[in-house]
Design a protein around this ligand. Structure first.
Ligand SMILES: [Zn+2]
Length: 369
C-alpha cells in the first residue's frame, strides 16, 4: 500500500530516515511505509506513533523526525542556546539548569550540528556575495601555547556571518626565557602546526563563500598570507587592504568584521580576555561559534537599540522576520539532505584534533545526529 506524503488529519513521515535507503532522498509524493503501533513515554506527547519502511525494513517513529530525537532532556536546548550566546560558560550553565556538565557538553555539540545544517540549508539558494569582509579572530585552545585563528567571512552590506574555518598557529610574540623553553619542549613532543595553515584555511573559507562566482571584492587587513590564499582561486578577486593599525570605527572598511569580533568576545565566555573558561579544543570553539552564527544571522537584530532593526537574514531576504528560538528546533534536519562544506563536515564529525590532547572524542553515533 502506498501512502500520501501528507494527509490532512494525521502526520505522515516525509521520507525514510535511513540514509542508505533509496527513499531517504525521496522527492516523490508517495513512498512505501506502514504504521506499526505506538509506544508510550513520560514526556508529552506521551503516545508516539511507530512506522516501518517497507523497502529497507527500518522502523522509526514520529520522534525520529524531531530535533529532540533520542534526548533524555528535550527541553534543554532552548535554554542552553540562549545561555551560550549570553556568555555563560558550560559549567555555569550546568549549575543553572541543574544537570551535569557532560550533559551540557553533549547538548552543545548537538545544537551546533543542528545549527550547521540549518545555516547550510538557508544558504543553499543564496547567490554568492559580491563584497565580503574577512578576518582572523585570535584565540587559543588548551593553553596559551596553542593559539588559533577562526577565519571569518561577513557580507559587507548586511552583517550576515557567512562561514568560518580555523587554523592552529605557533605561539609567537613576547615570551620569557622559561616560556620559550616550554614552547620548544612542547614542539619537540607534539610537533609544530603547518606554517602555511593561514594561507590554506583562508583559501578554503573564500572558496566556500565565493562559490565559483566570476568576480568579487574582498576586504581584509594586511596579513601577508591573504594575497597568497586568493591567487589560485577560480574567482577574480579585487583585494582591498586596510592596514590593521588603522583606527577601527564605523568608517573603517573592515567595520562589519570588527563588529563581529567584538560580538564574539562579548557573547562567548570562551573568548573573553583573561578567561578561565577557554576552549580545551578548537573543535568545541567551532561548535560554540556556529551557534553564535545562527543567533547572529537569524535571531538578533542588526542594531541593538533599534526595535524595528532587521536581522542580517531579513536584509538578505532569507526570512521575513526574526527567527524565534523555538522555530529553530521545530524539525530535525538530516545530514544526508545537506552538503556541508569540507571543514564544517569535519566539525560535524568532531574530527578536528587538538594536538595537546592524547585522546579526542569524535561523533560516532549512528542513530543520534
Ligand atoms: Zn527505508
Amino acid at each position: 500500500m502506498k501512502h500520501k506524503k501528507k494527509t490532512t488529519n494525521t502526520w505522515a513521515p516525509p521520507h525514510c530516515p535511513n540514509p542508505s535507503c533509496l527513499h531517504h532522498n525521496n522527492i516523490e509524493e508517495t513512498w512505501p511505509f506502514k504504521k506499526i503501533g505506538y509506544f508510550r513515554r513520560l514526556q508529552t506527547p506521551t503516545r508516539i506513533q511507530r512506522f516501518t519502511c517497507k523497502t529497507c525494513k527500518r522502523s522509526f517513529s514520529t520522534q525520529t523526525f524531531s530535533s529532540t530525537y533520542w534526548q533524555k532532556h528535550p527541553d534543554l536546548d532552548v535554554s542552553i542556546l540562549m545561555k551560550t550566546v549570553g556568555c555563560m560558560a558550560n559549567r555555569q550553565i550546568a549549575r543553572d539548569l541543574k544537570v551535569s556538565p557532560e550533559t551540557i557538553d553533549r547538548h552543545l555539540s548537538r545544537i551546533a550540528r543542528h545549527c550547521m545544517l540549518f545555516h547550510n540549508r538557508m544558504m543553499q539558494d543564496l547567490p554568492p556575495t559580491p563584497e565580503v569582509v574577512v578576518d582572523g579572530f585570535e584565540s587559543f585552545e588548551y593553553s596559551q601555547y596553542f593559539p588559533i585563528h577562526h577565519h571569518v567571512a561577513v557580507d559587507k552590506e548586511t552583517d550576515f556571518f557567512l562561514y568560518f574555518t580555523d587554523s592552529e598557529l605557533r605561539r609567537k610574540g613576547r615570551m620569557t626565557d622559561a616560556q620559550k623553553r616550554r614552547r620548544q619542549d612542547l614542539e619537540l613532543k607534539l610537533g609544530r602546526p603547518d606554517p602555511k595553515a593561514i594561507e590554506k584555511d583562508m583559501r578554503e573559507l573564500l572558496e566556500v563563500v565565493l562559490n565559483g562566482t566570476e568576480t568579487a571584492t574582498v576586504f581584509s587587513d594586511d596579513h601577508r598570507a591573504y594575497p597568497r590564499s586568493m591567487r589560485t582561486l577560480e574567482t577574480k578577486i579585487s583585494h582591498r587592504i586596510t592596514p590593521g593599525s588603522q583606527h577601527r570605527d564605523k568608517n573603517n572598511s573592515l567595520w562589519v568584521v570588527n563588529l563581529l569580533d567584538l560580538l564574539i568576545r562579548h557573547s562567548s565566555a570562551n573568548h573573553k580576555r583573561e578567561t578561565i573558561a577557554w576552549s580545551k579544543r578548537r573543535q568545541s570553539s567551532a561548535e560554540r561559534l556556529v551557534i553564535l552564527l545562527v543567533w547572529r544571522n537569524y535571531m538578533k537584530r542588526r542594531r541593538e537599540k533599534g526595535r524595528r532593526s532587521p536581522t542580517p537574514a531579513m536584509e538578505l531576504g532569507l526570512l521575513g522576520r526574526p527567527l524565534e528560538i523555538k522555530e529553530l528546533f521545530t524539525e530535525r534536519i538530516f545530514r544526508g539532505h545537506c552538503e556541508l562544506p569540507p571543514r564544517w563536515s569535519d566539525y560535524y564529525d568532531k574530527i578536528i584534533e587538538t594536538r595537546a590532547l592524547p585522546r579526542n572524542r569524535k561523533h560516532e553515533l549512528s542513530y543520534g545526529y
